[in-house]
Design a protein around this ligand. Sequence first.
Ligand code: ATP
Ligand code: MG
Length: 188
Amino acid sequence: MMATPGNADTAGRNTARVFFALWPDPDMRTALAGMGKHMHAQCGGRRTRAESIHITLAFVGEVGIERIAELQALAAQLQCAAFNFELARTGWWRHNHIAWVAPETVPQGLIDLASALQSRLKGAGFKVDERAYLPHVTLLRKADCPWAQAAMKPLRWTARNFVLVKSVTGENGSAYEIIGRWPLVSAL
Ligand code: ATP
Ligand code: MG
């Protein structure tokens, strides 16, 4: 189908690859980038750029850009609670050569937020990933780690908001642009 001028973004595309995520604050970003450096020394591969470090909550994939407002409206309606958790485990997946850090046990707040997004997305007719939710922070790609999993000095993350992100595929991996941010209901 031809893109109409009113329906294209600045790059002339009429679809975008989008996902919901938790984005680290500057201190957490620095701590995670440091962890990435440490793991890189052992595993090699390509490090995630500090500004790209995140935890995916719900992957939406390619959508018409006219539907982005719908995603933003859906996010604005969520009433999920803010939560704390710890990243306490580092690991490496042999099948995709990704090295990551993750919570030891997935906090209820994270499960609730990801499920709420998932069910709203489904209700609004977006395609959703039916696989079990496995929250993690990808720190290395194309890595070869000598271990599958290990404990790490826990990093405490306070999730006070979540974001909608546009992913633009480039020559050196994907670049992300935050296109919406919504607060979590805070009792913290
Ligand atoms: P690249 O694919 O260029 O190596 P990337 O995986 O970070 O980089 P995207 O593929 O756009 O970029 O993915 C954005 C985020 O969504 C990443 O956290 C990725 O792990 C996650 N993701 C990608 N595809 C899926 C999927 N089918 N289901 C669930 N999460 C996904
Ligand atoms: Mg990808």
